[in-house]
Design a protein around this ligand. Structure first.
Ligand SMILES: Cc1ncc(COP(=O)(O)O)c(C=O)c1O
Length: 396
């Protein structure tokens, strides 16, 4: 275990070993830390892994979303449809382009992905793009989304932050829309600390993302260092959204491990499912899977019985030193987004109160899954009185 926090079962955990340490220290020792050859190698390896034509490494998943939206032409006056059941980064990225986020509902407790019919209902004359999420690594119904997009002339961008290695109809998630956005944040399936990637089959989009990630400059410091260029022009107002060499070096070690790590996640998720789906009023979303769709199993989520006191259940698990979370409090209910909540989102509103995320990481043991599942079922079955809760808190 890399972490030594007080949790006996943390929500996620990093496995750190000699190979990762060697890769990071090799990059540090090279004397070239900012974006350079390792970043280029990581981009090549990632695009090959996904079967994408272009991959552009950036500083974070949020940067990937922001640049993809800009490169696809989103801006002031446009609307972008996205599920409210997502991390807020997606909506902020839309707003940072000057466009307006328009939230759509999810399918329901068995499928937490966006509802393509509600996407269609949300679309109007200002709609420019659909920003889908593959929730928890489970591919959303891209056939239906792409049909709506084709019929209405919309761009599709994939928030694939949870979904590296997920497959939809034989193709990698992230490669089905115009652009796919990945996050390599520490708790993700492919963790490098902070980082992201845009993948696309559209050379124009790739070139635009590449330009904007580094101030709109026509050459990089690395090009000038190698003597390949002496000066530069600036073609657009861009950003510093670059990835550095140390993170790319870690990424080059993590990428070949992703398949095994995702397989371990799948086994653990199946074990949770056996323990929990249909037990004590609990539902495990995506439990039946979907034909031709393979999840990356980023999250282990349960839908609690209607009327559950989620905070009490989280306290009961915390008393056993089991960390939990909520993915996600719906975006339209945050203060900054209240004004965007004009559309009715009944399923998101209801599920937003009932979702609970349990620990899941590739080196989690089966015993830990059993421990978490037992603790949850016990807590759901036996509501805790105030005195017992206080005693558990004191013991924890
Ligand atoms: C679904 C989703 N989208 C976007 C992001 C943003 O990625 P990052 O934290 O790398 O900026 C995250 C990360 O937490 C995420 O989970």
């Amino acid at each position: 275990m890399a972490s030594d926090w007080a949790w006996s079962v943390p929500l996620s955990d990093l496995a750190v070993d000699e190979e990762i340490l060697r890769a990071a220290s090799g990059a540090v020792g090279s004397g070239w830390w900012s974006m350079g050859p390792r970043v280029a190698r990581f981009e090549e390896a990632f695009s090959r892994f996904l079967g994408a034509e272009h991959a552009v490494a950036v500083a974070s998943g949020t940067a990937a979303l922001h640049l993809s939206l800009l490169a696809c032409g989103c801006g002031p006056g446009d609307e972008v449809i996205l599920p409210s059941l997502n991390f807020v980064a997606a909506a902020s990225a839309v707003r940072h382009t000057g466009a307006t986020p328009v939230f759509c509902d999810v399918i329901g407790k068995r499928d937490l992905n966006l509802d393509p019919q509600d996407v269609d209902a949300a679309a109007g004359p200002q709609t420019k793009a659909i920003l889908v999420l593959h929730y928890g690594g489970a591919p959303c119904d891209m056939d239906a989304v792409l049909e709506v997009a084709a019929r209405r002339g919309l761009v599709v961008i994939e928030d694939a932050a949870h979904a590296p290695g997920a497959i939809h109809g034989g193709r990698a998630c992230g490669t089905l829309g115009t652009a796919g956005c990945f996050s390599f944040f520490s708790n993700k399936n492919l963790p490098i600390g902070e980082g992201g990637m845009v993948v696309t089959g559209d050379k124009g989009v790739a070139d635009r993302v590449r330009l904007l990630r580094s101030h709109g400059m026509t050459t990089l410091t690395w090009d000038r260092h190698r003597g390949h260029a002496a000066g530069y022009d600036v073609l657009a107002s861009g950003f510093n959204y670059r990835m550095d060499e140390i993170r790319a070096a870690i990424g080059l070690v993590q990428l070949p491990r992703l398949g095994l790590a995702n397989a371990a996640r799948a086994r653990l998720a199946a074990r949770y499912r056996e323990h929990l789906d249909g037990v004590a009023g609990l539902t495990v979303p995506f439990a039946g899977g979907a034909p031709h769709r393979d999840s990356a199993h980023h999250l282990a989520v349960v839908v609690l019985p209607r009327g559950s006191d989620r905070e009490r259940l989280r306290e009961a698990l915390a008393a056993r030193r089991i960390q939990t979370s909520v993915h996600y409090p719906p975006i339209h209910r945050f203060s900054a987004y209240e004004a965007s909540g004009a559309r009715p989102l009944p399923r998101t509103n209801e599920l937003g109160e009932r979702l609970l995320t349990l620990p899941l990481f590739p080196h989690m043991t089966e015993e830990q899954v059993d421990e978490v599942a037992d603790a949850l079922v016990a807590a759901v079955d036996r509501p805790l009185g105030g005195a017992r809760r206080a005693a558990l808190r004191a013991a924890g």
